[in-house]
Design a protein around this ligand. Structure first.
Ligand code: SF4
Ligand code: SF4
Length: 416
């Protein structure tokens, strides 16, 4: 069996001779029948981006002069509750908090921790209210500059397996698995997962993806702490951590769902091709990756199966918005459904867009165009074609972060 060591690869990287591919580049060559041989590939950078509910941030920031209050009991940031502590910071005027990416504002269900983290990274002012242990209320506005330390810990990230959902019932169903309540009568399908770009999908036995390995989490250097919560051999995911203050706001943010605000993250992981088993596992492609389709109400009972080629194919990754077709409706359905608030005041902020596809199926006057495809299924003995109306993963961001990682390795800014 052919083998090489990490040191062999690092030496090749340092001398500029390493063959490094992003997963997208590598899969394109496989699909063309032109896959590089073992000797022609040293590293493949894989990536995934999607709703990752296990995201939490540990923050310390200054809220007042020292001596003003004893310690914080409750903390709200833009109305989003954060857990005070664990450190009490007695009389210091600063607070430690743990903020959940899935926490919802007490004023607006659709705004939550994911949106807040993005705004912090964008340098926007954040209104903070602290209820103290002795009954005082302290209010102040902070920015990123007031955060002395911030660390993201993702308890459950970069999942390998997902399920797609549809609604065979009559009534719409609210769920975190769809950006909006999912209409009944099989009107649409929602799915997550970046298919053959996903790191764990390319290294199911964890030959290269190990505890302590380096990753990029939302653009910042991070580490694999170990398996994520509820991780199993059949359904693995990872626990990751990185410095929040080093992250790029493009790669994380809020995502509105039928059950309120959620959070998305982007992860890129290098797979060094150390032996033929690792190489062979990298040959997986979208059509080889099963995706069960389940009733959104009976999540563990598949109605049928499909695969990631059917989900991503050559479909559009971003919508086209034609402002001339917009009729400036009294109440814009796109503004209401867009999960990342990328469409506001009749303007599309493409950097905020997640490529979910909801705008194309909800604009009343076809001002948005985006082909997200449809899938043929057999449900309860009937052949049906169901349009894919919502993606909760973003291949464009996954590709971008994988490319950034490839460049960092090439430039000796990320050593394996
Ligand atoms: S629903 Fe479509 S046409 Fe109407 S305001 Fe929104 S984008 Fe414009
Ligand atoms: S695809 Fe449309 S609905 Fe989805 S995030 Fe982009 S603009 Fe919003």
């Amino acid at each position: 069996m052919k083998e090489r060591s990490i040191n062999d690869i690092n030496r090749k990287v340092q001398s500029g001779e390493a063959n490094i591919y992003t997963a997208e580049e590598f899969k394109k060559l496989i699909k063309k029948g032109d896959a590089p041989a073992f000797d022609e590939v040293d590293v493949v950078t894989c990536g995934t981006c999607g709703v990752m509910s296990g995201t939490a941030a540990i923050l310390n920031f200054i809220i007042s002069e020292p001596g003003v209050f004893i310690r914080a009991k409750e903390v709200y940031m833009n109305g989003v509750p954060a857990y005070a502590g664990p450190c009490p910071n007695e009389w210091l005027g600063s607070v430690d908090v743990i903020l959940h990416g899935t926490a919802h504002s007490i004023y607006d269900e659709s705004y939550g921790g994911g949106f807040l983290l993005k705004e912090i990274l964008e340098g926007k002012p954040i209104d903070v209210r602290v209820e103290t242990a002795e009954g005082k209320t302290i209010e102040n506005t902070i920015t990123m500059d007031d955060i002395t330390r911030g660390q993201i810990i993702g308890a459950r990230m970069a999942f390998k397996n997902y399920t797609a959902f549809t609604n065979p019932g009559k009534d719409e169903v609210k769920s975190i698995f769809a950006a909006m309540p999912l209409e009944g009568n099989l009107k649409g399908l929602t799915f997550s997962g970046c298919g053959d770009l996903n790191p764990l999908q390319n290294d199911i036995p964890h030959n290269a993806i190990k505890q302590g390995s380096k990753v990029l989490l939302n653009g910042a250097l991070g580490y694999i702490l170990g398996d994520g919560t509820r991780s199993s051999a059949e359904k693995p995911n990872l626990m990751l951590s990185a410095d929040l203050c080093q992250m790029d706001p493009y790669y994380l943010g809020g995502f509105k769902t039928g059950q309120g605000g959620e959070v998305y993250d982007t992860v890129a992981i290098p797979i060094p091709v150390l032996n033929e088993e690792i190489y062979n596992n990298l040959l997986v492609t979208d059509e080889m990756i099963d995706l069960p389709v389940a009733d959104i109400k009976g999540r563990h009972l598949p109605l049928d199966n499909t695969n990631y080629q059917e989900m991503w194919g050559d479909y559009d990754l971003r919508p086209k918005y034609d402002e001339r077709k917009c009729k400036d409706c009294d109440s814009c359905t796109v503004e209401r459904v867009c999960p990342t608030n990328a469409f506001s005041k009749r303007k599309l902020n493409i950097a905020r867009c997640f490529g979910c596809g909801m705008c194309a199926s909800h604009c009343r006057h076809d001002a948005f165009a985006m082909n997200t495809g449809s899938v043929d299924l057999n449900i309860n003995g009937e052949n049906v074609n169901i349009p894919i109306i919502c993606r909760q993963s973003d291949r464009l961001r996954a590709n971008k972060l994988s490319l950034k990682l490839k460049r960092m390795i090439e430039n000796n800014e990320f050593m394996l």
